[in-house]
Design a protein around this ligand. Structure first.
Ligand SMILES: [Zn+2]
Length: 280
């Protein structure tokens, strides 16, 4: 389960409308040593002390990253891309016993962040935002967000044509030409675009580039419209309604289009499920 662009956007919008104007009373970190060891949580947790008494000004997302901006020069950067739950609690709702970060607000409401395996939490000053690796990666204006108006077929086509790498590394990861896609969205997108996961970007024909562009837009828009993937829970604990057309949920199944057995490939440090008949 991963939280990619659509789910990060859903969470950020809910957090913005629910949390803006709230003042932070205290915070608790729990079970966070492992995240610290792998560099995903500030080594010196005193940075979190500066969040206290700050008022939440706004919450926005770009790519897979959520940026909580406070009015006292501090920021909370959340990178939940490996999955987890970010939940809002009022007095009526019981706070889960397990969390990585809990923030209590002055009005007795609270926010908890619990990652499934790993995820990133940084408390950073305005001037140090770029020190956060995921912030730098996903809020970089030079890398397109596929839901931005500026993400056009022309711009995308140019990025593909100049790129002789495999589609996976062109769309996902450190050197991706867009932000917000992880392995989960990738499998869904190349299946819908009928492209083999190992195709090279620069070798795509004009109509294939268009099909890929349309598939990216479709998958992201549908996931936003249906309130996230079916394993995703929003800020209020509501489950999303989008089931990927291809991915680990299709393990040992047959392609709904042609009936061929779905296969698994190892691509770019992850497993990709695909239809060997439809995807060429
Ligand atoms: Zn098929």
């Amino acid at each position: 389960m991963s939280i990619e662009l659509p789910e990060a956007k859903i969470l950020a919008e809910q957090m913005n409308s629910e949390l803006a104007g709230k003042r932070i009373k205290s915070y608790h970190l729990q079970d966070h040593e492992r995240l610290q060891r792998i560099g995903m949580l500030d080594r010196d947790t005193k940075s979190f002390d500066h969040l206290v008494n700050g008022e939440i000004e706004s919450v926005i997302s770009r790519g897979n990253v959520i940026h909580v901006k406070l009015n006292n020069g501090m920021n909370l950067v959340l990178g939940p891309e490996y999955g987890g739950k970010i939940l809002y609690h009022t007095r009526k709702r019981k706070i889960p016993s397990k969390f990585h970060l809990k923030i209590d607000f002055r009005d007795s409401s609270a926010l908890t962040v619990r990652f499934a395996s790993m995820g990133l939490i940084h408390a950073v000053k305005d001037d140090d935002l770029d020190h956060s690796y995921v912030y730098r990666r996903d809020f970089n204006p030079d890398v397109a967000s596929p839901i931005d108006e500026g993400f056009t077929l022309e711009r995308f086509s140019k990025l593909l044509m100049n790129n002789n790498r495999m589609l996976k590394s062109v769309l996902v990861g450190k050197a991706a030409v867009v932000v917000g896609l992880s392995n989960s969205a990738f499998q869904d997108i190349v299946y819908r675009a009928k492209l083999h996961p190992k195709r090279k970007a620069s070798e795509l024909k004009k109509d294939e580039r268009r099909t890929l562009f349309d598939a990216i837009r479709l998958v992201l828009q549908e996931r936003i419209r249906l309130k996230g993937k079916d394993q995703f829970y929003d800020l209020y604990g509501n489950q999303g309604g989008y089931t990927p057309a291809m991915g680990s949920n299709m393990k040992q199944q047959t392609c709904p289009v042609c009936g061929t057995s779905v296969e698994k490939l190892s691509v770019g440090g992850g497993h990709v499920y695909f239809c060997p008949n439809c995807q060429v």
